[in-house]
Design a protein around this ligand. Structure first.
Ligand code: IPM
Ligand code: MG
Length: 363
């Protein structure tokens, strides 16, 4: 099969981790007889340097014409002082919105090989961590009006949070559908004790619940959810929530699984085209040192094959290769065990070595 992939290397560790993911994709293509054609896309800080904006329209167009988008990471210190409307992150939001990718799927699952890397106590980890955060991605406060001004000599700023019922309904339906394929438990997370958007959210999710009688729906306030994720993560199967809550909770959820460097994500809209990216950022402090963990990006590539290209066997073989790599004791610095005894059993590798090993494990 021929597939076109828009590849965004971006900033910081982005280029390093994407190189490893592409090597994994190439090996997979060779084994299964596919051809992947890569469209290189300028986005983020590097696009600001080159084009004066974080995602030029012609680049977005190329993404839309591709079968899917694979993204490393964008942003960094260097562009922190550029005006808000052209910051690197704005490119990311423009991409998500331009692709209509409203549904962001972030798994929090502990790899058995990395259980000791979790900061949670063993008895909590042993109860199991395997849930998915379904995050609304193209609405809410991220996309409302942002304003900074002065009134009566006092500076103020505001960010508008808006949701309409159809935006809420479509993401909650994804939540129900996702739960249906798993342990059939959906937890809707909001702040309905304070926010009108959350009260509407809660109403809408309960209105559509009768279409999914096989799924048990519960409600949870976001602050409580943040606490429950560290107290007893085994209670969660699927969490559905709005954009900013999902951003925050998914970082927390990734950490309890050992490392944010391991977590992939998919963002899908109405069709099969998606945006696939690790959930971590561009980590400028470790960029260029060949120590980043490329697994989040490699697993994102696997998700792309599974969900956008219908290549389940291919995705399985990538995930199996990652598991075998971990079984063999290889670890990038971020997932190296803390205790000396455990550490001794592991082999510390860099980003390119990690990619090379996983590529070799693909059969
Ligand atoms: C994420 C990131 C982005 C977000 C940033 C880089 C804009 O934190 O994908 O979680 O907030 O969505
Ligand atoms: Mg985030």
């Amino acid at each position: 099969m021929d597939k076109t992939i828009a590849v965004i290397r971006g900033d910081g560790i982005g280029p390093e981790i994407i190189t490893q993911a592409v090597s994994v994709l190439e090996k997979t293509a060779n084994i299964y007889g596919h051809r992947f054609i890569y469209n290189e896309i300028d986005m983020g800080g590097m696009a600001i340097d080159k084009w004066g904006e974080p995602l030029p329209d012609k680049m977005l167009q190329l993404c839309r014409e591709s079968d899917s988008v694979l993204l490393g990471a964008v942003g960094g210190e260097k562009w922190n002082s550029v005006p808000g409307h052209i910051r690197p992150e704005k490119g990311l939001l423009k991409l998500r919105a331009g692709m209509g990718a409203y549904s962001n799927n972030r798994p929090a699952k502990i790899w058995k090989q990395l259980a000791s890397a979790s900061p949670l106590k063993k008895d909590i980890v042993d109860k199991g961590i395997d849930f998915i955060i379904v995050r609304e991605l193209i609405g809410g406060v991220y996309f409302g009006e942002h304003k900074t001004d002065t009134a009566d000599g006092i500076r103020y700023a505001s960010d508008m949070m808006i949701y309409n019922e159809s935006e809420i309904e479509r993401i909650c339906r994804i939540g129900f559908e996702t739960a249906r394929k798993r342990r059939k438990k959906l937890c809707s997370v909001e702040k309905s004790n304070i926010l009108d958007t959350s009260r509407l959210w809660k109403k809408v999710v309960h209105e559509i619940a009768s279409d999914y009688p096989d799924v048990t729906l519960t409600d949870m306030l976001v602050d409580n959810c943040a606490m429950q994720i560290v107290k007893d993560p085994s209670q969660f199967d699927v969490i559905v929530t709005e954009n900013m809550f999902g951003d925050i909770l998914s970082d927390e959820a990734s950490m309890i699984t050992g490392s944010i460097g391991m977590i992939p994500s998919s963002s899908l809209g109405a069709g099969t085209k998606g945006v696939y990216e690790p959930i971590h950022g561009s980590a400028p402090d470790i960029a260029g040192k060949d120590i980043a963990n490329p697994i989040g990006t490699i697993l994102s590539a696997a998700m792309m094959l599974r969900y956008s290209f219908g290549m389940a066997d291919e995705a399985d073989s990538i995930e199996k290769a990652v598991s075998e790599y971990l079984d063999a004791g290889y670890r990038t610095a971020d997932i190296l065990p803390r205790e000396a005894e455990e550490k001794e059993k592991c082999i510390l590798v860099g980003c390119s070595e990690c990619g090379r090993l996983i590529t070799n494990y693909i059969k």
